[in-house]
Design a protein around this ligand. Structure first.
Ligand SMILES: NC(=O)c1ccc[n+]([C@@H]2O[C@H](COP(=O)([O-])OP(=O)(O)OC[C@H]3O[C@@H](n4cnc5c(N)ncnc54)[C@H](OP(=O)(O)O)[C@@H]3O)[C@@H](O)[C@H]2O)c1
Length: 345
């Protein structure tokens, strides 16, 4: 196939908007493009590549003739539409959590486990944003030293929770400075302005949140780690608009000195090392926003483990954590000639 017909499902959302920007920046080759959202947005106009397009309601018929669907419309929408999408012969590249842990669905970070794309059956899942940015630096380190244990603490931007959450941070900060009462739309449990919230998604029976368990399960699936590899995560929402940060402690089977880690990461795909403590040089969310790489700094020996390494990992959650990886997966599917698929059982 030369150029695919593509549909952007969730084109009016935060991630959808980022996907459109990235398709344009990377000059993604396509034949036909459709912009899909809910009935609420049908008929509204959207700008893309200097032209005005009309948003179409995401009905099953809307996927007729489409080869790739880039979806960021939430798990329930993807679940409701997947059968029709796949039956019509398209590949669904999905940003939601709907299919990530299904056995017959590859969970892919482009540049990390592209080979897994070969066994897709019409669906490819994009990992959770906090897992995504972790995989690019961890993969080459794992190849060198083999991960034995992993502990991650996340500091996650509000844009990871969609449009309403961004509005909440902006409006509640203004209200708070003006000593006014603000009625939250997304952060209804605890205020986000001038605060931190140690809960992202709902709690599971084991006391961890679903977001934290996504990091545990998805990391094992992407890096092909054994089920009993000890991994734990604490996920915290912080009053930052864009870019997630992560404090990471890894224990390896083989020693990786900080110097060796810097050397490995300096040539790793999609990673940039900013690590000059004497000059206070390390990545921060503001510097990573709007950029493609995953930035790594504060590389040092983790004093708590024998072959331990501590890292600070920062990336734009809307790009590598969602939209950029979605577009990179679509590019790989075309490049690797993987758009034809057998039907799901
Ligand atoms: N934000 C992130 O960093 C991030 C990262 C990774 C994954 N994700 C996932 O990506 C998805 C979207 O996140 P977001 O932050 O972009 O949310 P958002 O800003 O709230 O956008 C949601 C999009 O989905 C569309 N939609 C909702 N219900 C629909 C339906 N029934 N049929 C068709 N379209 C429908 C909305 O269309 P209308 O405008 O018409 O309502 C909108 O385009 C979620 O599954 C989220 O978990 C987000």
């Amino acid at each position: 196939m030369n150029k695919p017909n593509i549909a952007i499902l969730g084109a009016t959302g935060v991630v959808g908007g980022e996907i459109l920007k990235i398709l344009e920046e990377r000059n993604f080759p396509y034949n036909e493009i459709k912009f899909l959202a809910s009935a609420r947005s049908a008929g509204k106009k959207i700008e893309f590549k200097g032209e005005t397009h009309t948003i179409i309601e995401a009905t099953p018929e809307a996927f007729e003739g489409i080869n790739i669907v880039l979806a960021s419309a939430g798990a329930s929408t993807s679940k409701a539409l997947v059968d029709e999408i796949v039956k019509k012969g398209a590949v669904l590249v999905d940003n939601s959590s709907a299919f990530r842990m299904e056995k017959d669905v590859p969970l892919v970070i482009a540049g990390v486990n592209d080979e897994d794309l070969k066994w897709h059956k019409g669906i490819v899942a994009n990992p959770n944003c906090s897992t995504s940015q972790l995989m690019l630096p961890l993969k080459p380190l794992h190849e060198y030293g083999k991960i034995k244990r992993l502990i991650v603490s996340t500091y996650q931007a509000v844009s990871g929770a969609g449009k309403e959450a961004i509005d909440d941070l902006y409006d509640s900060t203004k209200a708070s400075l003006n000593k006014e009462i603000y009625k939250y739309k997304k952060f209804t449990t605890k205020p986000i302005a001038f605060n931190l919230i140690p809960q992202i998604d709902v709690f599971c029976e084991n006391g961890y949140t679903k977001e934290e368990m996504k990091v545990v399960h998805e990391t094992k699936k992407i890096l092909h780690l054994s089920d009993d590899t000890p991994i734990s995560c604490t996920a915290v929402r912080v009053p930052v608009f864009v870019s997630h940060s992560e404090a990471v402690s890894v224990e390896f089977e083989k020693e990786i000195t900080p110097e060796k880690a810097r050397e490995i990461l300096s040539t790793a795909y999609g990673v940039i090392v900013i690590d000059n403590p004497e000059k206070s040089e390390y990545p921060t969310p503001i510097e990573a926003a709007g950029k493609d790489p995953v930035y790594v700094g504060r590389i040092r020996k983790d004093l708590a483990f024998e072959n331990g390494l501590a890292l600070w990992v920062v990336a734009d959650n809307l790009r590598i954590g969602a939209a950029l990886n979605t577009v990179r997966i679509a590019e790989k599917l075309v490049e690797m000639d993987l758009l034809c698929h057998s039907e799901r059982p």
